[in-house]
Design a protein around this ligand. Structure first.
Ligand SMILES: [Zn+2]
Ligand SMILES: [Zn+2]
Length: 142
């Protein structure tokens, strides 16, 4: 998984590293692994989907950070058949569109909100306010 860390990903990890409330290295390591898994769930990935030359469903590999990485991997395989690249969309982003993702880039930074931009009204009366029923956000904050 080749990737370039993004600002919001670094922020999420940094917040844990600077948290003084951990009592042991084990505890911090567990929290970091969970956080990083969540961070990586906010990305799209590439899968290499394989078909044997007789047409039978083959072996699939994922995730790759980009197409170039997947192609480089495929070029090292010495098995028959054909491969194609498939984009894996982020379930984290999909969920965050409705349940929200507080403090995450692209989502509303209002303290109680964290919802996607499109959940915020463009109608004049409630302009900018979040339309998720339980959300008190009155203006989208970038
Ligand atoms: Zn909201
Ligand atoms: Zn909001």
């Amino acid at each position: 998984m080749r990737l370039t860390p993004r600002k919001e990903e670094i922020e999420a990890v940094k917040a844990l590293l600077e948290d003084p409330s951990f009592e042991s290295a084990d505890q911090m390591a567990k929290a970091l692994i969970k956080e990083i898994a969540e961070v990586l769930q906010m990305r799209d990935w590439i899968a290499l989907v394989h078909t044997w030359s007789d047409g039978h469903r083959g072996l699939n590999w994922a995730p790759f950070g980009n197409e170039a990485e997947a192609r480089a991997f495929a070029s090292k395989l010495s098995i028959d058949g054909t491969g194609r690249l498939v984009k894996l969309h982020s379930p984290g982003v999909m969920l965050a569109n409705t349940v929200g993702k507080k403090g995450w880039k692209g989502y509303c930074r209002h303290h109680d909100c964290g919802h996607a931009p499109f959940t915020h009204s463009a109608a004049s009366a409630a302009r900018g306010a979040c339309q998720i029923p339980t959300c008190p956000c009155d203006k989208f904050q970038k």
